[in-house]
Structure formats: C-alpha cells, structure tokens
Ligand binder design. Structure first.
Ligand SMILES: *Cc1c(COP(=O)(O)O)cnc(C)c1O
Length: 358
C-alpha cells in the first residue's frame, strides 16, 4: 500500500492523522528540548509538563470532578480485571453484569478474590444489554461491574445502571466518544489503544474515597492508593503513550470535544446500520436496542462469503474487517479517529459486493 488505508481494527486502532503528524514533527526534538519524548527522564520538568497536559486535558474532556483522581497505569485493561477486585472487593461479594467477552473474563478473574454474583448474563450470543429491571443486584455487593461497550459482539449500554453500591465500568472501547457523568462512577478504566493512544497505557478514573481498601496481598504497583499518592509515578510511567494521549486530547478539543464526537459517532454508525437494515445480504448481530456505535458486527450467513468479503475489502484498502474469533462474521470498528470517508468507502464497497453476489 502506498497510501494510508481505512483501518477498521478493533485495537490497536486508527489514530487521528493530525496527531501522528504532530508526533512526527516532534519526534527527534520535542519542543526545543534536543531530544525525543521517548528519551526523556519521566522526572524531568519537560516531561512533567506533558504529563500535566494529558491529565488536565482528560479532566476537562470528561469533566472529571475533584472527588476523582486520574491515573496513568500499565498492564492494559486486563490487569484491571484483577486490580478492581483486589482493591475494592475486600474478600466480600461484587455484582458483575456479563454482556460479552471482556466482562466474562473480568468476572472470572474476580472469582479469585471474593464472591462474584452474576447480576445478568446475555451469553452465549451476547446480542443484548440487560434492562435495569433485569439486573439482579445483591444488597451486600461492594460494587457493580459492567463493560460499557462490548468490543467483540458489538453491543453498547444505552443507559447508566442504577445501584446503591459503587459503579465500576470498563470503558476501553467507547471512552471519549460521548459525555459521561463521572460523578456516578466509583471507578472507570480504559486501555488506551481504542480511542486514546498507542497500546501500553491504561487510564483509571477513581473516586478517591474508594482508595485504601486493598487486600493485603495486593502488589504495591496495583494499589490505587499507592498510585494516587505517587501521582502515577511510583515507577516509570508509559511516557510515550501519555504524550500521545495529550495530543489526542488536543485534537479532540479542536473538533469540539466529546459532545461533537457523540454526534459524529452517531452519524457514522447510523449510516452503516441503515445500510445493514436494508440489505438482503448482510445481517447485524446485535439487537436493535443494544447496538454499539463503536464496533458494528454483521455477517452474510455464509462463512465463505464472509471470508471473501474481508479479503476483497482489504484489496480496496478497507482493512481489519474480520470479526473476532469468538464471534465470527465481520466487525467494523468506528473509533473516534475513523474519518467519515472511511465509513462512506465501506458502505459503497458493501453495496458493490452485495450487487455482484446476488
Ligand atoms: C480491548 C479491550 C480489553 C482488553 O484490553 P487490553 O488492554 O488488551 O488488556 C478489555 N475490555 C474492553 C472493553 C476492550 O475493548
């Protein structure tokens, strides 16, 4: 390929072109420091400025209240599957809504540290998000855990669940795609590689009142309290990813922030679902009321035709449309950085493919 493709990967995924261009300009000599961000001490004033800009940028983008702290950690979203129960479960019980691959994994990890109560499960096909009235919540739960957007199966919560215990949410694949009332959450976490930055950074937003409850066996590096006390610098943080996040946040602000992004996200997804709903070849996987606007899953009904679609699309520069191995079919991930031209190109290819295979 001599040109950039339209990359529909579920993660790591497309980054905004202006962000990559800025990083390229700064690559060898950041802001007259004479070195690359990759070469700087994380304790230097020049890096501290980058760190502060990423943190204040995120605080502003999501209107994070002062009751909450932002942490920049490592280990991916997957490490949070263990950190959350180790820090918050107190060997007691927690409610888990299992609506897909990653919440299932999180629930299984939490079983090592206490009692997991399944508040709802929509498996094995995971086409739907449970309604509030279908959540079975235990009175003694330390928290309710859910995953806001199911990257693999393509469903997304359209509401914030009501609970009396703190809410814990995996927002890896839809963070920064819409406004969020952070004050309703005890803890939000997200791997950076979907909507924020390159892989290697995990963002945690935690209500400070929940820090300091960890089990005694919790590794120091996994303690939220220790990370808060050290402002995410107990050890070397993922410096480059934090820098890239600061650039993504500047870009997001320049296009109007999460409010503007929500409209774009809605327009992108509506175009694709509208096509799918009127197609005689393709069927969307998710129930209509539970559809994700970030990861759109669909299939033809024939695995040979699915494979052919993925292959022919790739030859046109529309890449990574193959579904996750546990879901099959196709998946188009329309993250924040996906340009509208990518969506339009996908739809015109789908039309063409459908016409040539009737
Ligand atoms: C990608 C993803 C994960 C896993 O993230 P890692 O950073 O690879 O551990 C977890 N949850 C959701 C919702 C995801 O999209």
């Amino acid at each position: 390929m001599s040109e950039r493709v339209f990359n529909f990967s579920a993660g790591p995924s497309v980054l905004p072109k202006p962000v990559l261009e800025k990083a390229q300009r700064d690559l060898l000599n950041y802001n007259a420091s004479g070195m690359s961000v990759m070469e700087m001490s994380h304790r230097s004033p020049v890096f501290q400025e980058i760190f502060d800009s990423a943190k204040s940028g995120l605080k502003e983008a999501l209107s994070v209240p002062d009751t909450h702290e932002i942490l920049f950690l490592q280990g991916g979203a997957t490490l949070q599957f263990a950190s959350v129960p180790m820090n918050l479960m107190k060997s007691g019980c927690a409610d888990y809504a299992v609506t897909g691959n990653f919440s299932d994994k999180a629930a299984k990890e939490a079983e090592k540290y206490g009692t997991v109560h399944i508040a709802a499960s929509t498996g094995p096909e995971f086409r739907a998000i449970p309604a509030q009235k279908d959540l079975s919540l235990s009175p003694d739960a330390e928290y309710l855990y859910y995953c806001a957007n199911n990257t693999v199966f393509g469903t997304e919560w359209q509401y914030v669940p009501e609970t009396s215990s703190p809410l814990v949410c995996d927002m890896s694949s839809n963070i920064l795609s819409k406004p969020v009332d952070v004050s309703r959450y005890g803890l939000i976490f997200a791997g950076a590689q979907k909507n924020m930055a390159p892989a290697g950074l995990t963002v945690v937003i935690i209500d400070k009142a929940l820090a300091g409850r960890e089990l005694a066996i919790t590794p120091k590096i996994m303690s939220y309290k220790v990370n808060i006390d050290n402002d995410s610098m107990l050890n070397t943080p993922p410096c480059w990813c934090i820098y890239m996040l600061s650039l993504t946040l500047e870009w997001l602000k320049s296009i109007g922030g999460v409010k503007a992004m929500q409209e774009i996200k809605h327009e992108r997804a509506a175009k694709v679902y509208d096509f799918l709903d009127n197609s005689s070849m393709f069927t969307p996987h998710a129930d209509k009321t539970s559809r994700s606007e970030m990861n759109i899953t669909f299939r033809t009904g024939s695995s040979e035709l699915d494979a052919q679609f993925v292959k022919e699309a790739a030859a046109r520069g529309l890449i990574n449309l193959k579904g996750h191995k546990v879901a099959g079919g196709m998946r188009a991930s329309l993250y924040n950085a996906m340009p509208m031209e990518g969506v339009d190109a996908l739809i015109s290819f789908m039309k063409e493919f459908e016409l040539s295979h009737v």
